[in-house]
Design a protein around this ligand. Structure first.
Ligand SMILES: [Zn+2]
Length: 192
């Protein structure tokens, strides 16, 4: 699994695709970022949410005990997408399909990134297709390196700082790419 850096950067790029106004001037970037901080923050949060399965492990003293199980499945992503969308709709009645796709994309990006990450512990990968299949699956070729995280003491190592640096460099181009897509999209895709 990538660290919150990799997942956060991917989430941020999806957030930009969703929330960045078309034609926003680069000179007013700080102002636009401030205006769109809620959806951008939500995107980063959702892109990291499947790793909530570390919490019971942290509480019971075995960091990885519950990691890479049901929160890393298509079934969980669909369930949470529905839940978040219903809350969003209760808060903003104009919430529609665009918001559902946004939430799904943020959550699903986590699974895809983990699928592309080197995994040193059996079972390798994630139960991506649960409830349709409980088999673990992993990409034939990894993109992200493996962090060391057998326990808390190992989490804070130079190796993991290096891993986060690599994740940052791999995902960095997604940010200008998302901004570029917002510039070239036809005006009909503009948010009302
Ligand atoms: Zn994960």
């Amino acid at each position: 699994m990538p660290s919150p850096v990799g997942h956060g950067m991917i989430g941020l790029s999806i957030g930009l695709l969703y929330a960045w106004p078309r034609g926003a001037r680069i000179q007013r970037m700080t102002e636009t970022l401030k205006q769109q901080r809620v959806p951008l923050f939500l995107a980063v949060l959702l892109a990291n949410l499947p790793d909530v399965d570390y919490v019971p492990g942290i509480l019971t003293g075995d960091l990885n005990a519950y990691h890479h199980q049901y929160t890393h499945t298509l079934g969980w992503v669909l369930l949470v997408t529905g839940g978040v969308w219903l809350i969003w709709r209760a808060w903003r009645p104009e919430t529609g399909m665009r918001e559902a796709v946004f939430v799904f994309a943020c959550l699903m990006s986590h699974l895809v990134a983990d699928w592309f990450t080197d995994d040193g512990a059996y079972p390798f990968g994630i139960m991506l297709w649960w409830p349709f299949s409980a088999d673990y699956t992993i990409a034939p070729q990894h993109l992200f390196p493996r962090p060391i995280k057998e326990d808390w003491a190992e989490v804070f190592t130079w190796h993991n700082v290096r891993v986060m640096g690599i994740e940052f460099l791999i995902t960095l181009p997604l940010i200008p790419l998302a901004l570029m897509v917002k510039r070239i999209l036809p005006s009909s895709s503009r948010r009302p």
